[in-house]
Design a protein around this ligand. Structure first.
Ligand SMILES: [Zn+2]
Ligand SMILES: [Zn+2]
Length: 236
């Protein structure tokens, strides 16, 4: 087994709350400077920029396809997948569960789709910064069917499992919870280990990130997901 430095929660400028500087090449270069070897791209309710970041990364960095899903309970869950195909399948279900509300760029920020050269090749028109009609249980079973892994996001902050539900459902299979950079591990997550990802929305967030170590058999997407699934247990 080898240890790789991970940051599994990064937004591109597809997320309206992220700065326009969060382009594929900028993210790859800054994540490398911060010492990451494995990153996950987790935009709100979409994985449309994962391919561009993967291509921009080439063999410099491993990119895990992911999304940060916003459930109907107002909970943010990081959903990571063993392939782009499975992430896209999941992304289609999530997209269909989003309210059909256009993104007002002046109010929320633009939702840019890039190519690997940082060129803007499109805009996501439906507002991604919305709760979907999918519940935590729906997400859990879909992600499991697709061979993916769930990490509850920023459980010490708002829009989290602990903040919204008051607990981590004991049947939910997770490798650990995520606590935010300025947070402390809350009492309610005490039964789980915790990691801190950057949840980067800006390059400064990435520059100040502290990638954490994960043991993997090899530096491949499958191997990272397998390691996360092997760590996964329920709280029961
Ligand atoms: Zn979040
Ligand atoms: Zn986030």
């Amino acid at each position: 087994m080898i240890s790789v430095a991970c940051d599994l929660h990064i937004h591109t400028a597809l997320s309206p709350c992220a700065l326009a500087e969060m382009t594929p090449r900028n993210i790859v270069n800054m994540a490398r400077l911060a010492g990451a070897q494995v990153i996950a791209i987790t935009d709100h309710n979409s994985c449309r920029n994962v391919t561009a970041v993967t291509k921009a990364a080439g063999n410099k960095l491993l990119v895990i396809p992911g999304l940060e899903v916003w459930t109907r309970e107002d909970v943010h869950l990081l959903c990571l997948f063993p392939s782009l195909v499975s992430a896209e399948q999941f992304g289609a279900v999530v997209y269909a569960a989003l309210p059909d509300r256009p993104c007002d760029g002046d109010l929320f920020g633009e939702q840019y789709v890039f190519d690997e050269m940082d060129r803007i090749v499109g805009w996501e028109e439906r507002l991604l910064l919305s709760p979907t009609s999918l519940g935590v249980d729906d997400i859990a079973s879909l992600v499991e069917q697709l061979g993916g892994c769930i990490i509850p996001a920023h459980v010490d902050r708002s829009y989290s499992l602990i903040n919204q539900l008051g607990f981590v459902p004991p049947y939910l299979k997770i490798p650990f919870v995520e606590v935010s950079r300025r947070g402390k591990q809350p009492q309610a997550s005490g039964m789980f280990n915790a990691v801190t990802n950057s949840d980067a929305h800006t390059l400064a967030d990435l520059a100040g990130s502290k990638p954490w170590p994960l043991s993997v058999e090899s530096v491949t997407i499958h191997s990272v997901i397998s390691s996360l699934l092997a760590l996964s247990s329920t709280g029961t």
